[in-house]
Every structure is written in C-alpha cells, then in structure tokens.
Write a protein that binds this ligand. Structure first.
Ligand code: SOE
Length: 379
C-alpha cells in the first residue's frame, strides 16, 4: 500500500522532511512506500515553486480540504497553526506528524493530546523531536538503560544560538507570543526538555521533572519589520517573547537539573549540549559533534570519546561504511522512517502527542515560575 502524504509548511521544516522522505526508498528499503501527494500553504506562487523543488504532485491553499483526503498529515507550519489542523486530521482518523513545540500554549497542547488519545492507538500522532534520532543519543540511552551510569544525580542541557543578537535582525512570527507561544524557551527548551525526558525520564533513572524554577529575559524589545532597519526610523514590531531562559529542575527521584537556552549567545549557531552525571559515570553530548559521545566511567580521570559510527550503532548500517559520519538531516530521515512505519503498521510512535504535552507542561511551569518568582510544580 502506498501512503499518500499531505504536508502543511514548505519552508525550513518542509524542506527537512521532504528531503527525508526522498531519502527513504534509497536507504531504508523496508520503509513504507509513500507519495508526496500535496503541499499546503497560503501563497500560491511560492507554494508552487516549493512543490516543484520538494517533489510534491500538487498544492492546496486550504488545509481543511486536505486533512481527510490523505493517509498521513504533516503539520510543519508555525506554532500557531499546529492545533486546529492537527485536531481536524485526527478527528478524521488521519495520522499526524507535528513539529515541535506541540502548541504555542499548554491549553493547545492539551487539546491536541486529547484528540490523539480519542483517535486511538492505531492512528499515530507524533511530535517531531528529531534529536531523539541522533545515533549517539540513542547509544547514550542504551548505556543509561543498562545502568552503566548508576544512580542519576545531575543533568544539564544548554541550547545556544545567536541569530537575534543583532538588534537589527528582522521581526518574525518567532518573536510574537500569539504565534509562537514563547521564544527560546519553546523553540530550544522544548528540545532540551524532551531529550532529558527521553534519556533519564524512566522511573528507574531520574524519573519525570517534578518542579522547576525559571527565569526569562528579553534583551531587545522591538525589531524592524522585514526589509527595514531600526536605524532609519522605519517600522518596528514589539518582541513579546523571551530571547533567553534559564531554569533549575528537580526530578522525581531527587536528581538536580539545569537548563539554559538563548538566541543571544554570540558565536553559537546551533549548540546543544547535554551532560549527565551518575554514581557510576558521566556522559556528554554536543550537537556540534553529533557523531561522538563522551563517556567517563568510574573514577577515570577523563572522558573517552566514542565514535558512534559503527555498523551496529543505531541506524548507521543504513548509510555508509563505519566512520563515514552522519549529519543533522539524517535525524529527520530516521524519525520519518519510524513514524511512517508506525503509520503503516497502525502502532504507537514515540515521541507522541503525550510527550509533546509533557514537554509543554515543563515549559509552562518555567514561565509561571518566572512570573511568580517561586518554584512551581509541573503538571
Ligand atoms: C531555531 O533556530 C531552530 O530552527 C529550531 O526551530 C529547530 O527546532 C532547531 O532544531 C534548530 O533551530
């Protein structure tokens, strides 16, 4: 059976997922056969160009006409269009793959998770946290699950970018609370929270994040609209989200965590680092060196760098001979493979909408803590 896929959104994420779909038949021959059936967006001309480039058969300017016509619906639009089309698709019994963060608000994420539960297990609803599909991250999870780090005491994640440090960088939907929900917190923090939940969220490890203390900061309060510049007195729009955030976490089993995310970290382009310390060892992962995992065991004096590029490492056998490293785009191929396979077999996919909701609950508690100046319980 060929799965007909409809995709809403044709910019950054549209490109990343279309590229992944195109790679599947070449590198994952057991993946379901798919047809890039229809690309959905608002501006017909740009949409047509994108459909040609990304290999879609047709275009549509109204998602409502698409969600029950296809076998799978991808929601890759800005955060404020995540809720309505995803819920409509699930109500029509169409599996949904939605970009992160699941929704701009906790209320929206709740509605989406409920729609996914109502649709039932045979209709997978995935939240596209692509970093779970980095081979080194899955390798780290295996180590943690095997108890090789022992009892977990500290977890740390920082996700640093710098694309807003220039006050003249143009305003976009990502600077607007209505459309994005939050700033660095939702965009970058959702990845950090999800990875920590994925790695140490099991009851046998640190468990879930129980309570948080958060701090949000906006460094530049307004930005020029696209095509104008703050210097020449031109039009500006207010920035209504955070540029950066920090948080302290307490996990169910007593482990301590710290999070940091910023769009103002000069010189850091896409720098996501995870560190975990347990009673039997420590590990360190950096997205800038995503083929490596650093592991320190017992009382070793330093970290050993493990190259996660062997044929028995997760997903590597599908690509090149050992040592022929993978990149950022491969994470999308891996998640598309898993998601579409789940659609074909009508089985659950993780991360699902409940995982998206769980991340949103942590983000929401961080914001509430910043507002009230106190620790906040999650959920
Ligand atoms: C933001 O700059 C962004 O594109 C995020 O939206 C993505 O989720 C992240 O993977 C890279 O950075």
């Amino acid at each position: 059976m060929t799965l007909e896929v409809g995709v809403l959104g044709y910019r950054f994420m549209g490109k990343a997922h279309a590229n992944a779909m195109a790679r599947l038949p070449m590198f994952f021959p057991d993946a379901p056969e798919i047809q890039r059936r229809v690309l959905v967006g608002r501006h017909e001309e740009a949409l047509s160009d994108a459909a040609d480039r990304l290999g879609f058969e047709s275009i549509a300017t109204d998602w409502a006409n698409v969600v029950d016509e296809v076998d799978v619906f991808y929601n890759l639009g800005p955060n404020h269009v995540h809720v309505e089309p995803s819920v409509a698709a699930l109500e029509a019994g169409t599996p949904v793959f939605c970009e992160k963060p699941l929704a701009p608000t906790l209320e929206g994420a709740d509605v989406m998770a409920e729609a996914a539960r109502d649709a039932g297990d045979a209709v997978p609803a995935g939240c596209a946290f692509n970093y779970r599909f980095v081979p080194a991250i899955r390798y780290a999870k295996r180590l943690l699950e095997a108890g090789e780090l022992g009892e977990i005491h500290h977890v740390r994640a920082r996700y640093l970018q710098d694309w807003l440090v220039d006050p003249d960088a143009p305003w976009s939907w990502r600077n607007d609370e209505e459309m994005a929900g939050s700033g660095a917190l939702g965009d970058l923090g959702s990845h950090s929270v999800d990875l920590l939940r994925f790695l140490v969220g099991d009851v046998g490890l640190a468990g879930e994040i129980d309570r948080v203390s958060g701090h949000l900061q906006t460094f530049v309060e307004e930005r020029p609209t696209e095509g104008s510049s703050a210097q020449n007195d031109s039009e500006t729009r207010p920035v209504t989200v955070d540029d950066a955030y920090t948080a302290q976490l307490e996990f169910e089993n007593g482990a301590m965590g710290t999070l940091e995310g910023s769009r103002f970290a000069t010189g850091h382009k896409n720098d996501h680092v995870i560190e975990i310390h347990g009673s039997a060892g420590s590990l360190r992962f950096s997205l800038e060196r995503l083929n490596e995992l650093e592991v320190l065991r017992g009382d070793d004096r330093g970290y050993e760098t493990i190259l996660v590029t062997d044929e028995d490492d997760p997903y590597v056998d599908h690509w090149w001979p050992p040592g022929h490293v993978l990149g950022w785009e491969h994470t999308f191929v891996h998640e598309n493979y898993e998601f579409l396979s789940a659609v074909e077999s009508g089985s659950d996919f993780a991360p699902n909408f409940d995982d998206g909701l769980a991340a949103q609950q942590v983000l929401d508690a961080i914001e509430e803590s910043d507002d009230g100046g106190e620790w906040v319980e999650v959920g």
